[in-house]
Write a protein that binds this ligand. Structure first.
Ligand code: DC
Length: 223
């Protein structure tokens, strides 16, 4: 049986950074489920489909094929065979992904892809509902969080390093709005799974978080 480590938590908690490093350290596959939602959202945004119109979004789903490939340890996401790994990283697409992720048909479309990947390989999968719903039998479940102020500041620094001129207050507002949307949707909301260990990264460095999760995995007997 494959080993599965689920890392859930709100936007900007550092899930992907941590999950990538851990996957490298353990030799596991890294699966970023947010990227799958983002790829679907990109299709809707590019096709000018109104995100609040569930019927229109659901009607478009059969035209969309999301696939993943791992090249040199990096996850690449394809939208109808086009590599959209970079295009999906815009804030607008993250917000759009959050907006459509409450529709049952959207979640259903991605569920089997996620479960099949986890069955086939030892993996670290990050998202919102991995420990609570997608992989209820994952051997290790982490809920990685940080204060909204810390998350906004990290995002601000990332954008500033790319030469952009971000607005910190606006970023924090967006983060809070996205948290609310992700936590309050009726289907697969962001929650702490019963058997998840909460790790608050507000005061921890990336290395410290990686160490902490490695310790938790060792305590659970998977390493
Ligand atoms: O982790 P992220 O920012 O790339 O995710 C983008 C959005 O996708 C997130 O706000 C909610 C949705 N999502 C989800 O509903 N379930 C997941 N397992 C992963 C992401």
């Amino acid at each position: 049986m494959s080993v599965n480590i689920a890392i859930d938590g709100p936007a900007g908690a550092g899930k992907s950074t941590i999950a990538k490093l851990l996957a490298k350290r353990l030799g596991y596959l890294y699966v970023d489920t947010g990227a799958m939602y983002r790829a679907l959202a990109l299709y809707m945004v590019e096709g000018s489909i109104t995100l609040s119109d569930e019927e229109a979004v659901v009607a478009a789903l059969p035209q969309v094929r999301v696939t993943l490939a791992h090249l040199d340890g990096e996850q690449h996401v394809y939208l109808n065979d086009r590599d959209v790994s970079k295009d999906i990283r815009k804030e607008e697409i993250g917000n759009a992904a959050s907006a459509i992720s409450g529709y049952p048909a959207v979640r259903e479309k991605l569920l089997s892809l996620q479960r099949d990947l986890a069955k086939a390989k030892d993996c670290i999968m990050d998202g919102r509902d991995i420990g609570s719903f997608v992989l209820p039998d994952a051997q290790v479940k982490i809920y990685l969080t940080a204060s909204s102020g810390t998350r906004a500041k990290r995002r601000y620094d990332e954008l500033a390093a790319k030469g952009e001129s971000p607005d910190l207050a606006r970023i924090e507002e967006d983060i809070i709005k996205r948290d609310e949307q992700d936590k309050n949707r009726s289907i697969s909301p962001l929650i702490v799974a019963d058997d998840a260990v909460v790790v608050d990264s507000s005061e921890l460095s990336i290395d410290q978080v990686v160490e902490r999760i490695t310790e938790i995995a060792a305590e659970k007997g998977v390493l």
